[in-house]
Design a protein around this ligand. Structure first.
Ligand SMILES: C[S@@+](CC[C@H](N)C(=O)[O-])C[C@H]1O[C@@H](n2cnc3c(N)ncnc32)[C@H](O)[C@@H]1O
Length: 268
């Protein structure tokens, strides 16, 4: 049997890693690159390559605002900026997408959390929305393909998503969160167009995760937003700018959040 697409490769389960075990380890990044290069190789070769290169590890990191994030050795990147995991969720996503302003004038809010990870963006959105409107009902669809990161989730503000390890839907009086645990490129097709009031677009960088920054995928993501909705990113890369502008969005510069430039903030 031949491997014919990178998508098939990326859907293969990952070996379980050990938090905090390794110093910075680039073998995962190398493994992802090698896997992409092995398109067309007999499938029997792939486990050998994986064994040789070792398993993915998640290493805990403390960011400048005191909140915790992780370094993912497969991608060679952290889940958040060193300036603050919490701060990044609050400024770059929740405030950028105008969540407080939206819930001040409506009692229902629909959010797409594209690359859920540790859940900071959704958790901070719920906490901030509740400060403004205690009656709010929030529907969140969260896309993520890595079960291992869910095991690292801890309570953020008063919001606790740790139950997602056991079940994909969490429901309280104020929110309903549904996690689609699959490749986001597949999950996106299951969602309605023109539906979400805000989209947090938060993949690893285009350099290490180019598959989630393809213009066709960005266009699909934009299609899920209702007209007038914001789509937040931390990246100010050319692919981000081109992708969102080709999808018909107006581009703004998002909050800088400790960096020299803000990321692309797209308005549909
Ligand atoms: C920068 S992190 C997201 C951080 C997250 N928003 C948070 O607050 O913790 C990127 C996430 O994308 C996920 N990811 C990578 N490739 C994916 C794919 N093809 N489909 C779905 N999720 C993917 C990773 O597992 C990781 O959790």
């Amino acid at each position: 049997m031949l491997i014919t697409s990178t998508q098939e490769l990326s859907l293969r389960p990952r070996a379980k890693g050990v938090a905090g075990s390794n110093p910075v380890d680039f073998s995962g990044l190398l493994r992802r690159k090698l896997l992409a290069m092995t398109q067309g190789f007999p499938i029997a070769c792939i486990p050998l390559i994986l064994l040789k290169l070792g398993a993915m590890s998640l290493e805990q990191e403390l960011t400048a605002d005191g909140s915790i994030t992780y370094f993912n050795s497969d991608f060679g990147e952290s889940y958040h900026s060193k300036h603050g995991a919490y701060r990044e969720a609050l400024e770059k996503h929740v405030q950028a997408c105008k969540i407080p302003e939206l819930v001040a004038k409506q009692n229902e809010l629909k959010i797409l959390d594209f690359c859920f990870g540790l859940g900071y963006n959704s958790a901070v959105a719920i906490a901030e929305a509740l400060k403004v409107n205690p009656e709010i009902k929030i529907e969140i669809i969260a896309l993520e393909n890595d079960r291992e990161i869910l095991e690292k989730i801890t309570q953020i503000d008063s919001v606790d998503f740790s139950g997602l390890v056991e079940k994909p839907i969490l429901e309280t009086e104020n929110y309903r969160l549904e996690l689609l645990l699959d490749d986001a490129r597949l999950s996106i097709d299951k969602l309605d167009n023109n539906y979400f009031d805000a989209i947090f677009f938060d993949p690893f960088s285009p350099k290490v995760c180019p598959e989630l920054w393809q213009p066709e995928l960005i266009a699909e993501v934009v299609a899920k937003a209702r007209p007038g909705a914001h789509i937040s990113t931390y990246s100010n890369s050319r692919v981000a700018k081109d992708g969102f502008s080709q999808a018909g969005c107006k581009l703004h510069e998002g909050p800088k959040c400790g960096r020299r430039n803000g990321g692309v903030l797209a308005l549909k």
